[in-house]
Write a protein that binds this ligand. Structure first.
Ligand code: COA
Length: 374
């Protein structure tokens, strides 16, 4: 058999893909050839979703139709809301999302149809329903009634409206829109690979997204931004940040929000979130999260030569908007569903079962001993 790949499949190229390009040395990220810096400056999440699924920017007519389809699909079936209300209130939002996405297939008229057009219809529904689900659970677990989607608001603004029951400021809505753009895809990361492995068995979109959400949940992937905020809470005062991080490094702790399998420089998404988290902090008069994170970033970069990733500043922005920490990873998912869906479409279009091998290192001549003789 051929040689074993490096642990964690590091540097293994498993497939071609036309969706996303990462240049880890230059710190560039492209969706379908478009630099994310340009998309952040000029685009919206809705347009980026279209770009990822269809491979080109939409005309105005195409974008209007796409936005209308997303708005129309926002509502959750009433029986699904009843199902959410029956869950124990202590259930973590990420568990609710994973279970909820799987359950939504029971209400989807195209559930088992893997034709491209059916998968796009399901992707529209899931992309529209997931924010409603996440916001509804936030309300339900606090004993409040879910807020119905507002069709006049953008995808980003509507999510914040459903979560807090009031329209967000322009800066909060734009910050959230940019966060959604920045998290929408990232090549063959762990959750996307999980989605593609599931899709490659010719399983359906809901199953692939459920697999992906399970993979995203772990602290080495989507869960890192929650851990960053726990770090900032422990630091408490920016004046303590330098001593705190130096001690953590001396203790050989893994610092969340730093390092990346692919980037060797700062993650190109981090600067946008740093800028927006700083602006939000200034608007609300609370700059201590960003101040602590900037000190941590300076020390970690100097001492370890590892750089901020996308998770370092996103939590500071969400916290300033009032989003609870355990909702950060579900928010990551309501953006990444765009990329996961694009990858399922691509996988189904050129499918072959993904089935690697293991080099067996266990025994080969074990003798079975009956249970009463062991
Ligand atoms: N804090 C401290 N040290 C880190 C580190 C971090 N966040 N990330 C990497 N390193 C160090 C490792 O200790 C290791 O050092 P060593 O060679 O002296 O043992 C080296 O850098 C390589 O790390 P490794 O874990 O092998 O890299 P990886 O490619 O497997 O891991 C991550 C990539 C993202 C899992 C890793 O950087 C990490 O755990 N980061 C924190 C979690 C996080 O922010 N995840 C979100 C990613 S977007």
């Amino acid at each position: 058999m051929t040689t074993v790949a490096k642990a964690g499949l590091e540097d293994v190229v498993v497939s071609t893909s036309e969706i996303c390009f990462i240049d880890g040395r230059q710190g560039r990220l492209l969706y379908r050839g478009f630099d994310i810096d340009d998309l952040v400056a000029h685009s919206t999440f809705e347009e980026v979703v279209y770009l990822l699924w269809h491979g080109a920017l939409p005309s105005r007519k195409e974008l209007d139709a796409h936005k209308k389809a997303l708005v129309r699909a926002r509502k959750l079936p009433p029986r699904f809301i009843t199902f959410l209300k029956d869950l124990p209130k202590k259930t973590a939002p990420m568990e609710v999302l994973r279970t909820g996405v799987s359950a939504l297939s029971a209400f989807d008229p195209d559930a088992a149809d893997n034709a491209r057009e059916a998968t796009i219809r399901k992707a529209i529904r899931l992309t529209a329903q997931m924010p409603t689900l996440v916001a509804a659970w936030e309300r339900i677990r606090r004993g409040k009634a879910p807020v119905a989607p507002n069709p006049r608001l953008s995808h980003a603004a509507n999510f914040l409206y459903m979560m807090f029951g009031k329209k967000p400021t322009d800066l909060a809505a734009r910050t959230f829109d940019v966060a959604l753009i920045l998290h929408a895809d990232h090549e063959f990361n762990a959750s996307t690979f999980a989605a593609r492995v599931t899709a490659a068995t010719l399983s359906d979109l809901h199953s692939a997204i459920t697999s992906a959400i399970g993979a995203l949940k772990g602290p080495l992937h989507g869960g890192a931004n929650e851990q960053v905020m726990h770090m900032v809470e422990q630091i408490k005062d920016p004046a303590r940040a330098e001593a705190w991080i130096r001690k953590a490094l001396a203790d050989k702790a893994r610092i969340m929000g730093f390092g990346h399998r692919v980037y060797r420089v700062e993650d190109p998404r981090a600067k946008h979130l740093r800028r927006l988290a700083t602006l939000l902090g200034e608007q609300t008069g609370d700059t201590h999260y960003v101040a602590s994170l900037n000190t941590v970033a300076r020390v970690v970069t100097e001492e370890k030569h590892i750089y901020p990733n996308v998770d370092l500043y996103s939590g500071a922005a969400y916290t300033t908007m009032g989003v609870p920490t355990d909702q950060f990873t579900p928010i990551f998912a309501i953006s990444r569903v765009a990329g996961w869906s694009a990858h399922v479409l691509e996988q189904h279009a050129h499918n072959r079962l993904i089935r690697p091998r293991a080099e067996y290192t266990g025994p080969t001549s074990a003798t079975y001993v009956p249970i009463d003789q062991r």
